[in-house]
Design a protein. Structure first.
Length: 154
């Protein structure tokens, strides 16, 4: 009974993680939508950093699975890590566009600023969608591994 309890708790925590990730994504999309024409470089830089930290964590777990010879899980997490890396790179491009638009804003090129802001918005939404795909792949892989681990523990 003592062995199964932490595994059950982990399963529930990963279910809660899915809910929180969804709430975070919706909140970030709402912020992006409300502030589409405002320059928010710090927010984008923070999200960019967070995505790279998560990608690094996923890659570390993938390496762990490789070490314990759970290749299927390792390959899945490596893919999730690469997807998160791409999402982080999208956010990096978003930061660059944001910074460029801040500089262009001084010259009142309203058409360029509007097109750039919409482009930045689409890139930010794409980054969030890609990050959610990565997190869902990560969550499913870990939950799958937990069930395999539970069977091996019994």
């Amino acid at each position: 009974m003592k062995k199964i309890l932490p595994i059950t708790i982990l399963n529930h925590l990963f279910d809660i993680l899915k809910i929180f990730a969804f709430i975070a994504a919706i909140t970030y999309i709402a912020i992006q939508t409300l502030e589409i024409f405002q320059r928010r470089e710090v927010l984008h830089l923070t999200i960019f950093t967070l995505m790279f930290v998560i990608a690094s964590f996923q890659l570390s777990i993938s390496t762990y699975f490789q070490d314990i010879e759970s290749n299927e899980h390792s390959y899945r997490l490596f893919g999730a890590s690469m997807i998160m890396f791409c999402a982080g790179f999208f956010e990096l491009v978003d930061v660059a566009i944001d910074h460029s638009l801040s500089d262009i804003n001084k010259y009142n090129y309203n058409l360029i600023i509007s097109i750039g802001s919409i482009t930045e918005y689409v890139i930010a939404l794409s980054a969030i969608i890609i990050a959610m795909i990565s997190l869902e792949n990560f969550r499913i892989t870990i939950k799958n591994w937990i069930s395999v681990f539970r069977q091996q523990a019994n």
